[in-house]
Design a protein around this ligand. Structure first.
Ligand code: NAD
Ligand code: UDP
Length: 312
């Protein structure tokens, strides 16, 4: 099998490359390094079944025969996609269409890294795949939310009209080693602040919730879904739900830090609650996450310590 991972130099994409290589596949990683880093794939430099191409997938491309296209290219953290709004819209729309076209041309399977952001600020809780979402279509987050919703629509259209064998994961907040230390996501911010002796910045009153999935659990779910017959979107995440204040407490405990908490304004349209209903993935794939938040933070500690030290 020759598989393409777009965005493979990013956090999740690089772990996916590792998992696919471990399954004896040949992996072509294509990324434009907008938010990804060569360090994430540096350990694969001498792997004969691994190849890196610097490529913006918004420009048409063809790397020859492929069996599977995993489309992970896109800024993912709110700080990144708000800074690169137009690029985010482009990669979700034009980039996704280019990747789908490559899959169609080579009769390859296709996998879309979609997101819980498709549910917006959800009125249904926990979120099931049947929920259509509550998204502000013109708010600041819409550049990400709507481009991913478009990407899902395009993927389903290629499945329906061109019979491409497509799969869609709605990924919920994932963390672990290689999460960029300065990407502004809550786990990277809190770990950096706790380890650097700075105050932890809690936005709003900290009562909003998120559900955090450790990266190895997330990738196991993705790989399992990729091998399934399911074409409709499937939630892949950890249903353990924490307020952001509880998340800050967990980080303080795991790091042993005595940092204080500082409250800052809540960003516009910040979802108040988020938790995946993973009944479908459990039933369909026999998959569920194994690593709880404190264990996952512990497992990420060494990475974050080194990252804080290197960027200081
Ligand atoms: P990341 O920012 O670490 O990696 C994204 C990668 O895509 C980077 O290598 C970046 O340079 C690349 N990229 C961006 N635009 C590109 C373009 N036009 N052409 C080629 N490469 C491009 O992000 P991540 O956390 O690894 O997320 C990967 C995917 O998973 C994204 O599609 C994201 O929407 C999705 N996702 C992630 C999470 C999460 O919690 N990490 C949650 C939901 C969905
Ligand atoms: N957040 C926070 N402090 C930070 C970064 C984020 O309180 O330093 C909050 C943010 O407002 C949101 C949650 O943590 O409610 C998760 O934010 P993140 O950017 O990680 O991802 P999101 O789930 O919003 O895409």
């Amino acid at each position: 099998m020759r598989v393409l991972v777009t965005g493979g130099a990013g956090f999740l994409g690089s772990h996916l490359c590792d998992a696919l290589l471990a399954q004896s596949q040949s992996v072509l990683c294509a990324a434009n390094l907008l938010t990804g880093r060569m360090e994430n794939i540096a350990h694969l430099r001498r792997e004969p079944r691994f190849e890196f191409r610097e490529q913006d997938v918004c420009h048409p491309f063809d790397f020859g025969k492929l069996d599977y296209v995993f489309h992970f290219a896109s800024p993912a953290s709110p700080v990144d996609y708000l800074e690169r709004a137009i690029e985010t819209l482009q990669v979700g729309s034009v980039g996704t269409m280019n990747c789908l076209e490559v899959a169609r041309k080579h009769n390859a399977k296709f996998f879309l890294a979609s997101t819980s952001e498709c549910y917006g600020d959800p009125l249904e809780h926990p979120q099931r795949e049947t929920y259509w979402g509550h998204v502000n279509p013109i708010g600041p987050r819409s550049v990400y939310d709507e481009s991913k919703r478009f990407a899902e629509a395009a993927t389903m259209a290629y499945h329906r009209y061109h019979k491409v064998d497509t799969h869609i994961a709605r990924i919920f907040n994932t963390y672990g080693p290689r999460l960029q230390i300065n990407d502004g996501r809550v786990i990277s911010n809190f770990m950096r602040q706790a380890l650097g002796g700075e105050e932890l910045t809690v936005y709003g009153d900290g009562s909003q919730t998120r559900s955090f999935c450790y990266v190895s659990d997330e990738v196991a779910g993705i790989v399992s879904l990729a091998g399934s017959e399911e074409h409709l979107p499937t939630n892949i995440g950890n249903p353990g739900e924490f307020t952001i204040t509880e998340c800050a407490q967990a980080v303080l405990e795991v790091t042993g830090s005595s940092s204080k908490i500082r409250f800052e304004p809540l960003p516009q349209d910040d979802p108040k609650q988020r938790r995946p209903d993973i009944s479908k993935a459990r039933q369909l794939l026999g998959w569920e996450p194994k690593i709880d938040l404190r264990t996952g933070l512990q497992m990420s500690l060494e990475y974050f310590r080194t990252a804080v030290h290197t960027t200081a």
